[in-house]
Design a protein around this ligand. Structure first.
Ligand SMILES: NC(=O)C1=CN([C@@H]2O[C@H](COP(=O)(O)OP(=O)(O)OC[C@H]3O[C@@H](n4cnc5c(N)ncnc54)[C@H](O)[C@@H]3O)[C@@H](O)[C@H]2O)[C@@H](O)CC1
Ligand SMILES: Nc1ncnc2c1ncn2[C@@H]1O[C@H](COP(=O)(O)OP(=O)(O)O)[C@@H](O)[C@H]1O
Ligand SMILES: [K+]
Length: 465
């Protein structure tokens, strides 16, 4: 797992390290690492670097990095956004090494963004935004791209667009929640001072290791049977996609119950299809909601699933029904895991606007509903009712296509039926989904059915990762 720590936690760890190292040592280590990353980005024949330097430690890092770059023969100029408040030692070292202070960036081969770091509040101020708008070179952001909130990844106005971000000590939430380009981590000795992270990302290999595969002694029942209560006469496709995803995610068996039985049977002859949930037989987890509708009979299905005493993934129309008719919560068997998989609009119906702090929103809803909340997006946020938070970053935006959520719900359901911890099940499913989207796309738009077909390749890639 790759941990991410909030600003408050980073500051506390930094303070403890600073108390036992010489003044400025931490910053010089950070800046030395930043200079090394900058050198790696200067691949052409010309080596001119421009620094954008703000008022605090972030600008100090940039100036010290400028100092080290000068020592390697790089031409470095700096725009001081607050000349009166520029980091004094950093500026002295920069000037000593032959760095130049200029009014504008001019023609450079690399820009180092040292405008603002962990103290960032809100978008770039207008003067900084003006210099950033004029950038015409690759950008290395120091700690984080200026203008993005370090803890929430929110971008409320002008912000730096970084090709590479070099950060220090540990990753911060912004590095998973916003686009920071490639992220390079420089060790400044915070490790021993950092307890458990605030958020985490699973590594591919961990997802692969958790993925349930049949053992020699398994049969079709021992691996967990997934039930799909989705689709309708109007939306049979949702049932076909969710059932297919469950079939491809794990071995064993998938039961489909609902009005799209004929379409599901035609696409997936191996599924056990019935027209009604009452005839479905036993399952170890239910997926409910995609394409189901929100009428009275759909409510009856949702009630039956919630009462069944097995883990449930509630998606799409199931979320809308729970939002519109809170009495439905009473049907829920307390103590059985529930995974809610809203996109932003569904989240809003259920728990109010997501707002800028997606992690806080997901955590709040997870606690309120005693459920795992999987909040969809390019970065998917997953919060458990116990306060754990995982994030999953998708590579591209290829999964932003109608029906891809139906695939995701089938994947989560299959992993729940295989008895994975619910938060882990949701996170592994999100990773396989995003991986399948990238594999299927290879640079071209894809429909959800192509994403679905790439699920086995995604699982193979994760299991060999
Ligand atoms: N404390 C240390 O010893 C270390 C600090 N480090 C660096 O220091 C940074 C933190 O430094 P500081 O806490 O001094 O503060 P920053 O450098 O993050 O911010 C400086 C000032 O920028 C201004 N500012 C805030 N939001 C802004 C916005 N949206 N647009 C423009 N200006 C804005 C504020 O006046 C703020 O005080 C870290 O991000 C890291 O780069 C690293 O060198 C590691 C060691
Ligand atoms: N910009 C994006 N980048 C990557 N993944 C995305 C993006 N937008 C949506 N997704 C993913 O695609 C899926 C879409 O689900 P959803 O909105 O429910 O679609 P539908 O209801 O049409 O099936 C989710 O898994 C979500 O995380
Ligand atoms: K920065």
């Amino acid at each position: 797992m790759r941990g991410l720590w909030t600003v408050e936690r980073v500051r506390a760890a930094e303070e403890r390290v600073m108390a036992r190292v010489p003044d400025g040592a931490l910053m010089r280590r950070a800046a030395f690492g930043a200079a090394r990353v900058a050198l790696g980005m200067l691949t052409g024949p010309r080596r001119r670097v421009g620094l954008l330097v703000g008022a605090g430690g972030n600008g100090g890092d940039a100036l010290w990095a400028g100092h080290y770059l000068r020592r390697r023969g790089v031409a470095v100029s700096a725009v001081l956004l607050r000349p009166d408040r520029a980091h004094a030692e950093g500026l002295a070292a920069f000037l000593r090494a032959g760095g130049r202070v200029v009014d504008r960036l001019g023609e450079v081969d690399l820009v180092v963004d040292g405008i603002v770091g962990l103290s960032a509040r809100g978008p770039l101020r207008p003067d900084a935004a003006e210099h950033v708008a004029a950038i015409d070179a690759p950008v290395l952001a120091v700690d984080l791209p200026s203008g993005i909130d370090p803890d929430t990844g929110a971008i409320a106005g002008p912000a730096v667009r970084a090709d590479v971000t070099v950060t220090f000590g540990c990753l911060k939430p912004v590095h998973a929640l916003a686009d920071c380009g490639r992220v390079e981590l420089v060790d400044i000795g915070l490790g021993p001072e950092l307890a458990g992270p605030d958020l985490a990302e699973l590594e591919d290999a961990e997802v692969g290791a958790h993925w349930p595969v049949p053992g020699r002694s398994d049969d079709k029942y021992t691996q967990g049977v997934t039930g799909i209560a989705a689709g309708s006469a109007t939306y049979p496709g949702a049932a076909v996609l969710a059932t297919g995803a469950a079939l491809l995610a794990t071995s064993g068996m998938v039961r489909y119950a609902g009005a799209a039985a004929e379409a599901v049977r035609a696409s997936w002859p191996e599924s056990i299809c019935t027209g009604s949930i009452t005839d479905a037989g036993r399952v170890q987890a239910w997926v409910v909601g995609p394409g189901l509708g929100t009428g009275l009979s759909a409510e009856g299905v949702l009630r039956a699933v919630l009462e069944a005493g097995v883990p449930v993934v509630a998606d799409a129309d199931a979320i809308t029904m729970l939002a519109n008719n809170p009495d439905l919560w009473d049907a829920r068997d307390p103590g059985t895991p529930l995974v809610l998989t809203p996109h932003d609009r569904e989240f809003e119906r259920l728990a109010g606007p997501v707002g800028e702090d997606r992690v806080a929103a997901a955590k709040r809803a997870a606690a309120r509903f005693d459920a795992v909340v999987l909040l969809k997006g390019n970065t998917t946020v997953l919060a458990g009712p116990d306060g754990r938070v995982l994030v999953n970053r998708a590579g591209g935006g290829w999964a932003a296509t109608a029906g891809s959520g139906d695939v995701l719900s089938g994947l989560v359901g299959a992993l729940l039926a295989a008895r994975l911890d619910p938060l882990l099940a949701a996170a592994c499913a999100a990773r396989a989904h995003a991986t399948a989207a990238d594999l299927a796309s290879r640079g071209a738009p894809i429909p959800a059915s192509a994403l679905l077909r790439a699920v086995p390749d995604a699982i193979r890639a994760l299991r060999s990762g």
